[in-house]
Design a binder for this molecule. Structure first.
Ligand code: GRF
Length: 194
């Protein structure tokens, strides 16, 4: 049971599709003393997402949602978000694009983490493209979600050096470490400004 620390934690939801390392990182941060947020529900569009094991391990309610019919999927998730009194949504490797209607309901309250220095390399295969262009630096960005892909206001970014002998996997691994640093910081920043 959370002790009374004189302030109310913000309820958040995390949406995932895969490995869930950012999810695990957010869970760990939510357990820290003086954490400002509590993860009340986890959604995955993929029932085989590895990240769901963290929902089970930490006993956080989770739902897998089939996005074949996006409208139905979003109506269902919105009802759950309301039920759990969710104030902020964190997308963490979530591979579906939310509808403009859904985003409007949580305007300015949906964060996403993207493995590039936005506005560069929006979309998929960021590391491959950064390497092909012989970038000296790549990195990661936490941004607000709006109706355009990877284009909302940037909350935090971290630059990461690209080495000559990098391949997409080595670069991804080095960037992921920085993702784990900036995502909780960006979330706390959004909470403080809310
Ligand atoms: C991360 O690189 C994130 O930036 C991108 O998808 C990846 C998800 O990794 N959007 P994980 O599932 O959090 O380990």
């Amino acid at each position: 049971m959370a002790k009374s620390t004189g302030f109310k934690k913000i309820n958040i939801a995390v949406f995932i599709s895969g490995t869930g390392s950012n999810l695990l990182n957010l869970i760990k941060h939510s357990k820290l003393k003086n954490s400002k947020f509590s993860i009340k529900i986890i959604f995955s569009n993929n029932k085989k997402a590895q990240g769901l094991k963290y929902a089970k391990k930490y006993r956080i309610p989770f739902k897998t949602i089939n996005y074949k019919n996006k409208k139905t999927a979003e109506i269902y998730s919105l009802s759950k978000l309301k039920q759990k009194k969710i104030k902020i949504i964190c997308l963490a490797g979530f591979m579906k694009i939310l509808s403009a209607d859904f985003i409007k309901r949580f305007k300015g309250k949906i964060l996403n983490i993207h493995p590039s220095l936005l506005p560069k390399y929006k979309g998929l295969d960021t590391h491959k493209r950064a390497l092909k262009n012989k970038e000296k630096y790549s990195g990661c960005s936490v941004h607000l979600v709006n109706s355009q892909l990877d284009a909302g206001k940037i909350i935090l970014q971290k630059r990461v050096r690209v080495y000559n002998n990098d391949n997409p996997e080595t670069l991804a691994k080095r960037i992921l470490k920085q993702e784990h640093k900036i995502y909780p910081l960006a979330l706390n920043k959004l909470i403080s400004n809310s």
